[in-house]
Design a protein around this ligand. Structure first.
Ligand code: DX5
Ligand code: ZN
Length: 222
């Protein structure tokens, strides 16, 4: 079964509480927390995502899937681990060398949090291979990180396929999460390529029946 991680980046602040409640009752599997620092990507969502995490910690038991689109990964690992997320994912492109990437992986593991590494659309998928034995999840960006509501970049699907084949061939246990522009029309292509987790934001939040969209995303119905 595909797991759905709902991005809360595009929810309207004025009715955030109701939206978060409606997402949970729509049977999403994770809240996807898009943390942006205004440096790694243009937008800065740090304050907004911190507030949402504080609120979610008080009203929901659903796991948090934190996606760090930041340069200073170390300080953001510290500041978001206080919300006891299930997953913390940082960008491969934020690391200056293997030593720093391995240090961040260990920092997250030491906090008993699952480790994800994300790759942007233009990053070759082979660059992640050396880290696969040490991480729980690869977040394959199917849009350029930085905002919601974009069109899925079709060329990224082949990266998911290649990654899935490599993981299978090498007997590794790593989840593949796809993120960006995913909706009920393209979810089945993404999951057939090998993703077992999908992020969806505007396709759910922009709909008038969250439960219906989540169910169709999960059941690969287009
Ligand atoms: C983009 C974020 C995505 C995005 C997904 O930088 O990482 O999680 O918010 O939203 P949609 O599904 O609207 O593309
Ligand atoms: Zn994301």
């Amino acid at each position: 079964m595909v797991e759905v991680s709902a991005s809360i980046l595009s929810i309207q602040p004025e009715n955030a509480i109701q939206t978060l409640y409606n997402l949970e009752t729509a049977k999403i599997d994770y809240f996807h927390i898009d943390v942006m620092d205004g440096k790694f990507v243009e937008n800065n969502t740090t304050t907004k995502m911190t507030e949402y995490c504080e609120y979610l910690n008080s009203i929901s038991n659903l796991p948090l899937d934190v996606h760090l689109m930041v340069e200073d990964v170390e300080s953001y690992i510290h500041s978001f681990s206080i919300f006891e997320p299930n997953i913390v994912t940082f960008h491969l492109e934020a690391g200056k060398d293997k030593e720093q990437i391995m240090k961040w992986i260990q920092m997250i593991k030491d906090k008993n949090i699952r480790v994800g590494i994300s790759v942007k659309p233009n990053t070759n998928i082979e660059e992640i291979y050396e880290y696969l034995p040490y991480i729980h999840l690869v977040l394959v960006m199917t849009v350029e990180p930085g905002k919601g509501g974009q069109e899925l970049i079709l060329e990224t699907i082949d990266k998911i396929r290649k990654l899935h084949q490599y993981i299978q061939k090498n007997g590794l246990e790593v989840d593949i999460e796809a993120d960006g522009g995913i909706n009920t029309n393209n979810a089945s292509i993404i999951t057939e390529a090998g993703a077992n987790m999908i992020v969806s934001g505007s396709a759910i939040v922009g709909s008038d029946n969250y439960a219906e969209v989540v169910s169709r995303l999960k059941n690969k119905l287009s």
